[in-house]
Design a protein around this ligand. Structure first.
Ligand code: ADP
Ligand code: AMP
Length: 217
């Protein structure tokens, strides 16, 4: 299956992507994770992306699309994938459709995680990520048993630079301006499935998997 997860920052895309990708046995491809890996390695791509990420803005389409083209050309993505955080603009969605058509395929489904702005702000303000295994935690909603230490691998947790209040506000504006139009884009293709992303993580996962099943996934 070729799937896309859309939703505002903090909707739970990264959290759900891990479970959904494991359930349908496809790789999870997160453009945010790829950018962050490039930032921490200090690559030219990372240096360029960091300027935008720190400002809560989207990285330019051309840079992002080229990066995704390279990633989708890797062997593990030939039979399917779950994209988390891409596409985030209509031009990116058009480029993805073209890329897949050139490869002789197409997207199967787009899951939209639906959650309101107040909840998103609560989720982003308390988000913590593991430096070792990348697992996503929350200080209140999904706390580790020892503060600042990952329950899964024992490594240290960190708070993302872009999860500060002023950056969060910019990211929500970027979402409303540039990403929300994807709902109409994929709705018109008949590929959009809206998922209520409120409530416990496990409940959202069940709704997402049910959403896939109802479309034959
Ligand atoms: P996104 O990838 O969409 O930006 P994340 O998956 O990183 O979002 O989730 C943002 C924060 O919200 C994380 O701290 C995560 O632990 C928390 N979170 C995710 N899903 C839920 C949920 N259903 N209820 C409460 N908190 C959640
Ligand atoms: P995320 O981890 O998905 O919240 O992404 C973190 C940041 O990476 C975003 O705020 C953007 O600056 C950048 N980014 C991730 N995916 C994209 C994308 N598809 N297009 C443009 N910028 C992106």
């Amino acid at each position: 299956m070729r799937l896309v997860l859309v939703g505002p920052p903090g909707a739970g895309k990264g959290t759900q992507a891990e479970f959904i990708a494991a359930h349908i046995a496809v790789p999870k491809i997160s453009t945010g994770d790829i950018f962050r890996a490039n930032v921490s390695q200090g690559t030219p791509l990372g240096v360029e992306a960091k300027r935008y990420m720190d400002a809560g803005q989207l990285v330019p389409d051309e840079v992002t699309i080229n990066m995704v083209r390279d990633r989708l050309a890797e062997a593990d993505a030939t039979d399917g994938f779950l994209l988390d955080g891409f596409p985030r603009t209509v031009p990116q969605a058009v480029a993805l459709d073209k890329l897949l058509a050139d490869m002789g395929g197409m997207l199967d489904l787009v899951l939209e995680l639906v959650v309101d702005d107040d909840e998103v702000i609560r989720r982003l303000s308390g988000r913590r990520t593991c430096r070792g295994c990348g697992k996503i935690w929350h200080v209140e909603f999904d706390a580790t048993s020892r503060e600042g230490i990952c329950d899964r691998c024992g490594a240290e947790l960190f708070q993302r630079d872009d999860d500060k209040a002023e950056t969060i506000a910019n990211r929500l504006v970027e979402y409303a301006d540039k990403t929300a139009p994807l709902v109409d884009y994929y709705g018109a293709q008949g590929k959009l499935v809206g998922i209520d992303a409120t409530g416990p993580v496990e409940d959202v996962t069940v709704r997402a998997i049910d959403g896939l099943r109802s479309y034959g996934g």
